[in-house]
Design a protein around this ligand. Structure first.
Ligand SMILES: [Zn+2]
Length: 268
């Protein structure tokens, strides 16, 4: 079976941490892998030295394209919606992706799913991982688009929260990761380990995942201190494989208690 797998992400670089290994694995198996990015990430932080006077969104499109190439994607599609940003005072800019009518946005994604005759679509968990409004919108828009296009399989890309909290406590002792993250701020993020239906072993694709992360050069700086992506990329190879060697998904339609390691298991 040769499947078409569409990975729907909110911003350029979201594919790197959440699904890069799975994408590389499916592409290596001969499946058609498509990356769809909702926004250009132009409200994000960036290291100004990497922009060369260009608009951030333009640079990030190029970076996502390079990342997708490294992972073996057959197509990259940018929906061009406006990045909502994370401004705690003013909230999302008017017309931003997170405030869009779900139906309008879902129509656009459904067109891609239909033209690809997609077998699999990945979205995010209902809380949008760590709660970015654009990530919550990916959940809503993704499910609706799959309904419109009759895409048979939807998986929520997520993180095992229990493992994450353990990892954060461990990382607090590793200076390479830069500013410390308070585990308490992730108490309700992503999904609890018991809800995870798919644990995909991507250790064989660690080098490609690292290349995908490296493609997002503008995300190496900006903000305060070392950014997550850059910090993780500097981990020694054995540690990197351990920290980023698994990717997690939830298939809501799966019978309770079923645990899988292959994202396409139910289609085979
Ligand atoms: Zn994002």
């Amino acid at each position: 079976m040769r499947a078409t797998c569409v990975f729907f992400h909110a911003h350029p670089d979201d594919e790197s941490l959440l699904t890069a290994g799975t994408m590389a694995g499916l592409a290596a198996e001969g499946h058609r892998v498509v990356l769809v990015v909702a926004t250009d990430g132009d409200a994000g932080l960036a290291d100004p030295r990497t922009l060369g006077g260009r608009r951030l969104g333009e640079v990030r499109r190029e970076e996502a394209t390079a990342s997708a190439r490294a992972l073996g994607c057959a197509r990259v599609e940018f929906l061009g919606f406006r990045d909502s940003g994370l401004d705690p005072v003013h909230g999302p800019v008017p017309g931003a992706f997170s405030t869009m009518d779900v139906e309008t946005a879902a129509d656009r994604l459904a067109q891609v799913l239909e033209s690809e005759r997609a077998d699999l679509l990945t979205v995010y968990d209902p809380v949008g991982g760590y709660g970015h409004p654009d990530h919550v919108q990916v959940h809503r828009v993704g499910y609706r688009a799959a309904e419109l296009a009759r895409t048979p399989l939807v998986l929520e890309a997520t993180v095992d929260r229990d493992l994450l909290l353990r990892g954060l406590r461990w990382a607090a002792r590793l200076p390479v990761l830069g500013p410390k993250v308070d585990p308490a701020s992730f108490q309700d993020a992503y999904v609890p380990g018991e809800d995870i239906t798919h644990r995909v072993d991507v250790r064989r694709f660690a080098a490609l995942k690292r290349a995908s992360m490296a493609a997002h050069g503008s995300q190496a700086g900006g903000g305060d201190g070392v950014r997550t992506l850059a910090g993780l990329r500097r981990l020694p190879a054995p540690v990197f494989r351990r920290v980023l060697g698994t990717e997690w998904f939830v298939q809501r339609s799966l019978t309770e208690g079923v645990r899988l390691s292959d994202p396409l298991a139910v289609l085979r």
